[in-house]
Ligand binder design. Sequence first.
Ligand code: SF4
Ligand code: SF4
Length: 138
Amino acid sequence: MDGLRFECQRGCTKCCETKGYVYITDDDLARISTYLKMKPEEFTVRFVYKTKHLRRLRKPGNGEQCRFLKDGGCSIHAVKPVQCRLYPFWPELVEYRDLWNDEATRCPGIGKGKLVQIGTALEVAEEMKTAYPGVYGD
Ligand code: SF4
Ligand code: SF4
């Protein structure tokens, strides 16, 4: 494939409502804590679920996927986690055209807007792999 079209659609929050986990990096934790004027330890206790190799945001427990989705938008948009910032240019989507096309059923921005060269899309996807070695392996 030579490129992928994507343009985030105004007012859409579908990716924040899709069932799944929001993993966070060390930098995410530091940036979001500072943004919320909290100590990283306090933020961790309140908002983070830790496994042996990964950290993710706790879900609200009311069936919603992310507690930072408020009033129709991301309340931490300026410092949102890497995976939110880079979506939909995730390795598993960029590297397989059928999965990219299938993702369009969840993201209405896929297939719209300007053409992103495949090399650029793969570079962004590489950023995901670097940010989340616990997800994508070393
Ligand atoms: S689902 Fe796609 S179009 Fe909608 S907010 Fe997420 S990235 Fe943007
Ligand atoms: S952190 Fe923000 S962008 Fe990421 S899932 Fe939650 S509301 Fe959406």
